[in-house]
Ligand binder design. Structure first.
Ligand code: ZN
Length: 74
């Protein structure tokens, strides 16, 4: 079974758009690390970036880090 689409918790970091210390993801227009609030402000870009990040659009395995941690249960 593919585990793609699972989003792992990220440590808090500084949002590159608003400076908030939050759990951020690289969904900024230029792949900035941005917080949830900033992601909500530009949902279209965020969702596009999320899709790219998860490998849905590019077809490239750029989400290897998401695959690393699973597959150990059973
Ligand atoms: Zn922010």
């Amino acid at each position: 079974m593919s585990k793609r689409g699972i989003i792992q918790p990220e440590p808090a970091r500084v949002c590159e758009l608003c400076g908030a210390i939050e759990e951020c993801r690289p969904y900024g227009p230029n792949n900035e690390q941005i917080c949830y609030d900033c992601g909500q402000k530009n949902l279209e870009v965020t969702q596009q970036k999320m899709a790219e990040y998860l490998g849905f659009n590019t077809g490239e395995p750029l989400i290897l880090r998401l695959d690393e941690e699973k597959e150990e249960s059973n």
